[in-house]
Design a protein around this ligand. Structure first.
Ligand SMILES: *Cc1c(COP(=O)(O)O)cnc(C)c1O
Length: 393
């Protein structure tokens, strides 16, 4: 079994590029050039250097002593929360902005829901002096005011999507329309391992620095490159793909993916895509997504904005169907509890997305000699208002 993308852009039954004909040239250009450009020595040098001096990599692989003691196993945290801008997303936007430059693009567009990807995109556009337009649903603009302010401060233009439910899917439609109208000078930066091929593979490769570092860091600390379990939360699946990438075909490593159960898997208010999803097409790729009987996409719900997505990337759909990965879904309440637990046991305030992953420790047994690596995908600063309301702090 192979868990990487194949030559046609598929992970098993999932993936591909289901796009309007008008978008063919844009996607074809990327597909033909992304591997060649990103493997050029000059590209790698610039990418590695920016990850080092701008993002702050390598991020530490931290042995969580108190947590390990309480759960009687060996727990490591890969500290993506220490990346510049507060999460893993910037690894990908750095890669894509370098690619955009080499494709001769002088304008970047992106879509954003909670605003995290918009901020990571606006950041790298400022870094490179490239024009940046971020599409965002009108409703999300109201709900995510601090991130809108950040993007504006970084020099991006935030354009409001006023159609449909005025959220992420509508912003995506607007971004695609923009790209169709500006095929020559514009690059579209997608923020997770979703979208038409080659996006899922391209984003996974840029994020794969996470497992690349984990291998040598674990070797230093444990004497072996591979852990027994790797655990990450999955919204679209980019932080997970980054942690899994170099371990995908190493069957000694068990993979655990954590989704948001919201108010309960069967409550009608969740984002547990693998448990509830069926095959369908979303954002240009065939994958598992939450939909009604007649194929309408179901509105997802999670207390964490980053997991509030009705699909998962095609790599993760394949990991689910092939049973390479275990999928566990965690309700809001347990995730919020872990926001406090990690803060008070390790002095690390996690993003609410990240907190979902740790809740696995309460539902799954591990033995004392096992080594577990959690992807600590982001920090909780952005979620402070939610924590304040929830815990009456
Ligand atoms: C955006 C985000 C996620 C979810 O996105 P993935 O593509 O699934 O990684 C998870 N954690 C944090 C901190 C995020 O900002």
């Amino acid at each position: 079994m192979n868990y990487n993308v194949d030559e046609k852009g598929y992970y098993g039954d999932f993936g591909g590029a289901f796009i309007p004909e008008m978008l063919y040239p844009n996607v074809a250009e990327l597909r033909e050039k992304y591997l060649k450009i990103s493997s050029e020595p000059d590209f790698k040098k610039e990418f590695d250097n920016l990850l080092k001096v701008y993002v702050g990599r390598p991020t530490p692989l931290y042995f969580a002593k108190r947590l390990s003691k309480r759960y009687n196993t060996k727990i490591y945290l890969k500290r993506e929360d220490l990346c510049h801008t507060g999460a893993h997303k910037v690894n990908n936007t750095i890669g894509q902005i370098l690619l955009a430059k080499r494709l001769g693009k002088n304008r970047v567009i992106a879509e954003t829901g909670a605003g995290q990807h918009g901020v990571a995109t606006a950041t790298v556009c400022a870094l490179m002096g490239i024009e940046c337009i971020v599409y965002m649903g009108e409703l999300d603009i109201k709900r995510q005011a601090p991130n809108v302010a950040r993007m504006k401060m970084l020099g991006a233009e935030v354009r409001s999507a006023k159609s449909g439910s005025k959220t992420l899917k509508d912003a995506t439609n607007e971004a695609i329309r923009d790209w169709i109208n500006n095929p020559v000078d514009t690059h579209y930066i997608i923020g997770s391992v979703v979208g038409p091929h080659p996006y899922p593979d391209m984003v996974a490769r840029f994020q794969s620095v996470i497992s690349e570092e984990t291998k040598w860091q674990l070797k230093e600390q444990e004497g072996r490159e591979y852990p027994d379990h790797i655990i990450a939360c999955v919204g679209g699946g980019s932080n997970a793909a980054g942690l899994y990438f170099h371990y995908l075909n190493d069957e000694r490593v068990n993979i655990i993916s954590v989704e948001a159960a919201g108010k309960g898997i069967h409550s009608g208010k969740s984002a547990a895509t693998s448990a509830l999803g069926k095959e369908g097409i979303i954002h240009g790729s065939k994958t598992l997504l939450m939909q009604s009987h007649d194929g309408q996409i179901t509105e997802p719900y999670s207390i964490s904005a980053g997991l509030d997505y009705p699909g998962i990337g095609p790599m993760h759909a394949h990991l689910y169907r092939s049973k390479r990965a275990e999928f566990i879904s965690i309700p809001d309440q347990e995730a919020m509890g872990w926001g406090l637990t990690l803060s008070q046991m390790e002095g690390i305030i996690p993003a609410i997305e990240t907190a979902h992953a740790f809740a696995v420790l309460d539902v799954r047994k591990f033995s004392p000699e096992e080594v577990i690596v959690f992807n600590c995908s982001g920090r909780g600063d952005k979620d402070l208002d939610t924590y304040i309301d929830y815990f009456k702090l």
